[in-house]
Design a protein around this ligand. Structure first.
Ligand code: ADE
Length: 230
């Protein structure tokens, strides 16, 4: 899968996307991430990428021309399945959306800044707007990093044990059960006997019960969805 990320601050993305699982995915050739400095597509002496908003009001708006030039350049090189704009106005990212996006081949992510992008870019190019939560970030870069990480790890072969993503929290609308490692007793607290029993069916049932209890207690919204099977 290939991501092309357009940003005025691509440096913000370098570290999160070049370590751990993301680095391994790239090294294995399963994930490609290209960062594009929007300013490189701006014309004029000052390489201006933002301007005052028509109608007045505080805050600058990202100009349409450099964004269009960058997107057009990319679209002339390959077809894109989605052109995503990271914005608090967007559809909220969840595991189902990550699953769906992990099946795409080529995706552009445009990172917003300032007051946002000129509306005409949204109309002409953006196929999907995604928010990573109901709060406002100072720019879309961290949201883009969250997108690439949460989607990239779902690409088959990226995780060592391929089944492990299937058991993540949210994959079946339930939170993950508690996990333990050695020692079997620590600070007077014991690992539940069932996990030491070696009895696979009992362990699976215990984990499922724990997942349900945890979801019911912590995330009534997910619990409702799980019970309704939607
Ligand atoms: N840009 C600013 N806030 C954001 C959010 N919550 N999600 C995605 N992009 C954003």
């Amino acid at each position: 899968m290939r991501f092309d990320i357009i940003s005025v601050l691509p440096e913000l993305l370098e570290s999160p996307l070049n370590h751990s699982i993301m680095k391994r995915a790239k090294d294995k050739g399963l994930l490609e991430v290209y960062l594009h400095q929007l300013r490189d597509y701006a014309t004029g002496k000052h390489k201006q990428v933002d301007d005052y908003q028509f109608g007045g009001g505080a805050g600058m708006v990202m100009k349409p021309e450099p964004i269009a030039a960058c997107i057009e350049q990319l679209m002339s090189e390959r077809n894109y399945d989605e052109i995503i704009y990271t914005s608090p106005d967007g559809q909220c990212l969840d595991q189902q959306l990550c699953n769906r996006l992990s099946m795409k081949q080529n995706v552009i992510i445009l990172c917003g800044h300032y007051k946002g992008i000129d509306e005409r870019i949204r109309q002409k190019y953006i196929t999907m707007e995604i928010s990573i939560g109901d709060y406002v970030l100072s720019g879309g870069e961290l949201a883009a990093a969250v997108l690439v990480d949460s989607i990239g790890r779902l690409i088959p072969g990226v995780l060592n044990d391929e089944t492990s993503a299937l058991f993540d929290s949210f994959q079946d609308d339930l939170l993950a059960p508690p996990v333990y490692t050695r020692p079997a007793e620590w600070e007077g607290m014991k690992v539940p006997d069932v996990l030491l029993s070696g009895h696979e069916k009992m362990i699976d049932d215990w984990r499922h019960d724990q997942s349900m209890e945890r979801t019911k207690a912590r995330r009534p919204d997910l619990w409702e969805r799980f019970q309704n099977g939607v």
